[in-house]
Design a protein around this ligand. Sequence first.
Ligand SMILES: C=C(O[C@@H]1C=C(C(=O)O)C=C[C@H]1O)C(=O)O
Length: 361
Amino acid sequence: MSQKNSADLTQLRDQIDAIDTKIQSLIAERAGIAGLVAASKRHNKSAVYYRPERESQVLRAVKARNQGPLSDEVLVRLFREIMSACLAQQKPLKIAFLGPEGTFSEMATYRYFGHSVQAMPESSIDQVFTEVEAGVADFGVVPVENSTEGAVNNTLDMFMSSPLKICGEIDLPIHHYLMSKQQRLDDIKIIYSHRQTLAQCRGWLKSNAPDIETVAVSSNAEAARRAAYSEHAAAIAGQTTAALYGLHILHQQIEDQADNATRFLIIGNQLLAASGDDKTSLMIAAKDEPGLLYHILRPMNEQGVTMTRIESRPSKRKRWDYVFFIDMIGHVDDKPIAATLREIQRFTQQVKVLGSYPKSV
Ligand SMILES: C=C(O[C@@H]1C=C(C(=O)O)C=C[C@H]1O)C(=O)O
């Protein structure tokens, strides 16, 4: 390296050191102010420390200010971590997720809340709801739909009996990796994975491993654990799972749809104020009469409310009786949504607002 180059490098590093010093003192200043906000909330018994709607406003402002060179996604991640650390000064949030460690639900948990939380792996979706209902966890993270495979029925069905509210959502791109102790596909006799994952890789498996037995297990992480104990087994799981279980990656991104994504819900006890860009989820129990769907869709259309999703599930009360799950753009306090709700209530047995929450940032 020439002398000039080396002098340039020293100067650039000095600049970086000076900037780091400023960033550090600004982060400390921010943490101090967040601490003051928390102290002022302490005087008010009903105040809540964690405000998802406020945090999503902060993150949207970060995106709006961004002029590069870092991507929106990277900047949102950094600010998410700063807020997570500021909040944890009081007490880290406890977050129940569908475990074990290494699942996509765990990834969604850290992506949504940052790493300064106490993440609690649970054995089932039902158990995530139970821990939040009992107050053992502050919030829960559960999958609700996949872009290839559709609804996660278990999660939808839980809302029929649970009083919990939806406090947020996060879309996570999902890529699947084939991993094993073996280096070659020819040496594999059995492939383990979660049922949903196998379904998302159905085409790849048919073309590339038509003669290998596939076995559905309780989670992708459980699949990796089994592959780690067996000489001729492989697992399909997320990239980070391979390192966790000491497995080689044999094939990357084997999902049939390149833009495969799963949407997760954040569940908790809070009803949130509007963030300015929200969604509302409803559960509607039907009256057994003709034109029901019409009576749900008509007021939406009249009020100009956009529906983003509709699912129906058996009510489990009697045969061929259904419950509808509907997502719409807007907050329950918005006039068009409030008017839509009033109108739907006239024609249905029960309308339950599962929550109004900030759209995934
Ligand atoms: C600082 C506050 O409390 C918490 C911390 C936030 C932050 O670090 O920006 C934002 C919202 C709350 O989760 C607040 O309510 O403004």
